[in-house]
Each structure stands twice: as structure tokens, then as C-alpha cells.
Design a protein around this ligand. Structure first.
Ligand code: GDU
Length: 374
């Protein structure tokens, strides 16, 4: 017998219009179990992304969709800033005490280099705003949170693949904001047993939904490797020579190794984490506090040159590159040990590199100017 649903669970996603947020919202809607509330300040995103997500979800509804199914494709979207507590409070006020079942907190600034130049902006936006959010959640009897963390919390890890037990020692202000926010959430869970929290340490998500309707849309010249390669192939960057940051690392071809995973796999990890916050879940059994951190990666490292080759195959574009010096803050290898997330959450990043590059290219060719194209 299929589960009889009488209501949708209200889930708030911060940073909902961003690259990760939009794919997570799509994954939530696909289950038809949630009513999504999105908040975003559109600092690095456009509201068009949410329109596309809703369109996609509606197009996938079965013919015999119920009213609840249809309601699950509607996003209650709010343009507001997490550094402005009054704005966040008004969203919680709309749903009342206990009205929001859980929060997926994705919104953050994420440029490692920039964080070294304007650390206060990063601490205010990534740490200060997280504290206000947690306080407001508490005031409104919402004690479940999935937090977006990053592999960057490990700094230069002593063991590869990296288990979650590795000491946290981020190098950049950005990375430190992630360590601090995790610590704050962990402390809160120790102080109050009503809290249940899962921190997801993302490795390198890339790709797009296979429809090409939603994808990553960075402003200006992309700083990250895969979106940059996609922009180069589509003719969107003027200087079409890739600068490879160093080939003297202790890795097989000398270039940095990262653990790239498909954005749809990453999004599915959020659903599993959300399910694990339910009271009948076993993931917190035996712990002093209901806090757990998981790596979301494939457990397979790829070098910069391997990625360039995979994108050449996907796009047919003949990439030119030059090797320049190392980029400040880069570490030789960040490859996840994903076994804990697999064992406890049932998470597996199963999509391969070829699919990831194909889906990225599909999105980029259908939207050469990103969401600015519509
Ligand atoms: O023009 C470029 C861009 C990148 N790279 C290389 O490509 C690899 C991947 O770089 P990205 O910038 O795509 O990704 P990072 O691993 O540096 O950073 C990502 O992972 C981090 C965690 O490790 C943070 O979460 C960060 O926000 C996220 O973008 C690195 O070795 C980098 O040196 C180049 O050689 N040339």
C-alpha cells in the first residue's frame, strides 16, 4: 500500500535559488512529500532558477496528480537576507510555532580567495547569520537542520581518502566559517536534546539536471574549474586559455586531485539527511548529542588534466592550457572516504564523470548565458 499522505512537510531551504539550492529543491519536490519555502538574497543567484525548478517539477507530475502533489511543486519564495534577523523571523512567523519541520541551510559566501580579503564579511554572513537562523528556529520550535559544509574543513588532510574523523583545520576564512558553524551546531545539539542536525561536507559538485533547465550560473569569469571549462567551450570567456594552477603536486600527473560528484547525487544526499532527522532514524543512536557530519563525495579523485580531457570529450572543444604557479590555498588532494554516508544514510554518488560533463554541457549549450538568457 502506498503511503497515505495527508499533509506536506514544510521545509525551509536557505540559498534556494543558488546552484546547489535549486537542485536540492528539485529533489525535494520530486518526492512530493515536502512544501518548500525558499529564502535567498540573490547575491549570487537569480529568481529565474526557482521558476525553472517549479516548471520542471510540474512537468513531471503524473496525470492522476492529487492536490497535494500539485501543491508540492509550488515554492514559497522569499527574497531576504540572513544577516537581517527581522526578515527571517517574518518567514517563520508566517508558518507559526512548529510550522516549519526542518531547515536545509545552504546560503553562504563561498569564494576561498575573496574570504581572505574580506574575512569579516564572511564571518558575518556565514557564521553570524547561521547563529541568528538557529536562534529563530529555536524560537519557532524548529529543531532540525541539515547544514551545508565543505571538504575545505579538512585543510590539508593527513590521510587520503579522508574520513570524517580527520581533525578539522581549515586554512582560509571561508573554511573556518564552515568549521565554526559546524561547531556551533554541535554545541547546540549537546545543550538541547531536541536538536537534530546533520552536516554535509561537500566535495566538488558539478554538472546539472539532465533536462538542462537548471544548472550552475556563476557571474563573470568562473573561478571553479568545471563551469570555467563549460564557459570556454561555449565561447563565453574572452581569454580561452585555461590556467592550470601548478603541476608540481605529489599527484599522478602533478595537478591537483579533487573528488567531483554529480549535483543530482549531491542533491539526493540532502533528502537522505533530512530523512535521518526524523525521530525513528537510527543515525544518532548511542551519541551524546544528535549531531553527525558526513562526507558527500564519490571517493574517486580526478586530476585537473583528467577533467580537461573529460570535458574535451563531452564538448568536442580543443582546450588550450598553460601551467602557471600554484593557487594560494589549494591542497594537492581532496578525495572523500564516503563509506560512512553510504553505511548510515544509504548515500552513493553513482553518476560517473562522463555523465556529469555531458549534463553540464547540455545545460551550457541550452543556456549559453545562464539564466540571463531568458
Ligand atoms: O582556472 C582554474 C580553476 C581551477 N583549477 C584547479 O582545479 C581544481 C578545482 O578547483 P575549483 O576551484 O573548481 O574547486 P576547489 O576544489 O578549489 O573548491 C571547491 O571546493 C572547496 C572545498 O575544498 C570549496 O568548497 C569551494 O567553495 C569549492 O569551489 C583545483 O585544483 C584548482 O587549482 C585550475 O587549475 N584552474
Amino acid at each position: 500500500m502506498p503511503e497515505q499522505r495527508t499533509a506536506l512537510k514544510n521545509v525551509l531551504v536557505t540559498g534556494g535559488a543558488g546552484y546547489i539550492g535549486s537542485h536540492v529543491i528539485y529533489a525535494l519536490q520530486k518526492t512530493r512529500r515536502y512544501k518548500v519555502i525558499s529564502i535567498d538574497n540573490n547575491h549570487n543567484s537569480l529568481p529565474a532558477a526557482l521558476d525553472r525548478v517549479s516548471r520542471l517539477s510540474k512537468s513531471e507530475l503524473p496525470e492522476d496528480a492529487t492536490e497535494l502533489d500539485i501543491a508540492s511543486t509550488v515554492i514559497d519564495s522569499h527574497k531576504c537576507d540572513l544577516t537581517q534577523p527581522a526578515q527571517i523571523k517574518s518567514v517563520f512567523e508566517k508558518y507559526g510555532k512548529g510550522g516549519i519541520w526542518g531547515v536545509i541551510h545552504i546560503a553562504a559566501y563561498k569564494a576561498v580567495g575573496e574570504s581572505t580579503e574580506v574575512p569579516l564579511t564572511y564571518y558575518a554572513n556565514n557564521v553570524g547569520a547561521t547563529i541568528s537562523l538557529l536562534q529563530i528556529m529555536s524560537d519557532y520550535d524548529c529543531h532540525r537542520i541539515v547544514y551545508s559544509s565543505s571538504a575545505t574543513v579538512y585543510g590539508t588532510p593527513p590521510i587520503i581518502p579522508i574520513p570524517e574523523t580527520t581533525r578539522l583545520q581549515a586554512d582560509s576564512p571561508y573554511g573556518k566559517t564552515k568549521v565554526m558553524a559546524e561547531t556551533i551546531i554541535d554545541d547546540l545539539c549537546h545543550a538541547d536534546q531536541r536538536w537534530r542536525a546533520i552536516s554535509l561536507r561537500y566535495f566538488n559538485p558539478a554538472g546539472a539536471h539532465p533536462s538542462g533547465l537548471i544548472g550552475e550560473d556563476p557571474r563573470g569569469r568562473p573561478g571553479n574549474l568545471l563551469p570555467l571549462l563549460a564557459h570556454m567551450a561555449v565561447g563565453r570567456v574572452k581569454d580561452a586559455t585555461l590556467r592550470v594552477f601548478g603541476n608540481d603536486y605529489p599527484t599522478p600527473d602533478g595537478t591537483c586531485v579533487r573528488d567531483y560528484l554529480h549535483i543530482m547525487d549531491l542533491a539526493s544526499g540532502h533528502l537522505l539527511a533530512l530523512d535521518a532527522l526524523a525521530s525513528d532514524s537510527k543515525v544518532f543512536d548511542g551519541l551524546d548529542a544528535h549531531f553527525k557530519a558526513y562526507n558527500l563525495g564519490k571517493g574517486k579523485g580526478m586530476s585537473v588534466l583528467q577533467i580537461v580531457e573529460a570535458m574535451r570529450k563531452a564538448t568536442g572543444f580543443n582546450y588550450k592550457y598553460e601551467i602557471i604557479g600554484r593557487r594560494r590555498g589549494d591542497v594537492p588532494d581532496l578525495t572523500a572516504d564516503p563509506s560512512l554516508a553510504e553505511k548510515e544514510l544509504g548515500f552513493k554518488a553513482s553518476q560517473d564523470l562522463e555523465t556529469m560533463c555531458r549534463d553540464l554541457w547540455n545545460w551550457q549549450t541550452k543556456n549559453p548565458l545562464g539564466y540571463g538568457d531568458i
